[in-house]
Design a protein around this ligand. Structure first.
Ligand code: MG
Length: 256
């Protein structure tokens, strides 16, 4: 999504921080349930139904349903699909699939956004390399967070891991500010130059989300208008956390 006209993410006040932490914990717990229950022979719609039910029982609202018309609560992107896959009762999971699950939660108006990639009972060392290094890129990016860093510092830290692993870095889709809206400024690309870009401040909340491929970085959007896949058919992985920037460093809001 283009960020043109989006608001810049604000440092959150005490109440907003309390609420966004609740939102993040709900999200983490839903992704945890999904991670434990994603199995071959299920459909991607089954996963969305689990997510919807689980979030409802926790008292949160789904952030993706209806967002620019997105038709479900969860994005389910399998294998060469990178992001924004639409859950379907016709799409069955198989052993060896990479299943990327992206979820968003609203609690008391505060939004969090996170994603995981799950490798289903695979023996593929290439696929597990992809998944592992994409997650490492996310965690290495998060590691450097403190008030006063620039977006480019974060981008460069993520890029370093993905370049070293010789993975394709998706460029058209990027991380972002988050909180009052699902997508706020600044954009946080997964490639870039240290020392450049917007300065990140204490109490801002950002969603960092490396997307990497085993092939090239080029992408296509399906005829459904949503599903983003690799142009060369290579497999992709996606990990995302919502992070609060504290004076002491990063606080990951979307982990248990
Ligand atoms: Mg996001």
């Amino acid at each position: 999504k283009s960020s043109a006209g989006l608001m810049t993410t604000k440092p959150k006040n005490e109440q907003e921080i309390k609420d966004i932490k609740v939102s993040g914990r709900m999200l983490a717990s839903v992704l945890d349930v999904l991670k434990k229950n994603t199995k071959p022979n299920m459909t991607t719609k089954d996963l969305a139904e689990i997510a919807a039910k689980e979030l409802k029982s926790l008292g949160g609202k789904p952030a993706f349903l209806g967002y620019y018309g997105f038709p479900d609560v969860l994005c389910t992107s399998v294998n060469d699909e990178i992001i924004h896959g639409i859950p379907s009762s016709k799409k069955t999971l198989n052993q060896g699939d990479i299943v990327s699950l992206d979820f968003g939660v609203i609690y008391n108006g505060m939004i969090t956004d996170a994603a995981i990639s799950i490798l289903l009972d695979s023996n593929s060392s290439r696929d597990s390399f992809l998944v592992k290094h994409t997650e490492t890129a996310l965690l290495k990016g998060i590691d450097i967070i403190k008030p006063g860093i620039r977006v480019g510092d974060l981008s460069a830290a993520i890029q370093k891991v993905l370049d070293k692993a010789q993975l394709g870095i998706v460029r058209e889709y990027v991380g972002h500010g988050v909180g009052h809206h699902l997508h706020e400024e600044p954009n946080i690309p997964n490639y870039g130059q240290a020392g450049t870009g917007a300065v990140l401040l204490e109490n801002m909340t950002i969603a960092i989300e490396p997307m990497a491929t085993l092939g090239s970085s080029q992408t296509l959007v399906d005829a459904d208008g949503w599903t983003v896949r690799t142009k060369d058919g290579s497999r992709a992985a996606h990990f995302e956390h919502t992070v609060l920037i504290t004076k002491d460093g990063p606080e990951i809001l979307t982990q248990i």
